[in-house]
Ligand binder design. Structure first.
Ligand SMILES: [Zn+2]
Length: 81
């Protein structure tokens, strides 16, 4: 799995109501666009409140520094229990 595939899959899990389209965790605005950092980290910017957030902002994964693929593996394990 590539990082891009992991990002798409994680977005689909997090924003299941919008089929993976980002929703701002600050103001719940659905008008967000990708603003990828120069180092490759995926960030989104909200058009409503102009704040940045990441795929893991406001999730239980936000305080960990693990690759997304690890999270997906953990989710897959939890989902089969
Ligand atoms: Zn916002």
């Amino acid at each position: 799995m590539t990082d891009g595939q992991a990002e798409t899959m994680f977005a689909g899990i997090r924003w299941v109501e919008t089929s993976g389209k980002a929703i701002c965790p600050h103001c719940a605005c659905p008008s967000c666009y990708e603003a990828r950092r120069p180092d490759g980290a995926l960030r989104f910017r909200c058009k409503g409140c102009r704040k940045d957030f990441s795929l893991t902002s406001d999730t239980l994964f936000a305080f960990h520094k693990m690759p997304l693929r690890r999270y997906l593996a953990a989710i897959a394990i939890l989902a089969t229990k």
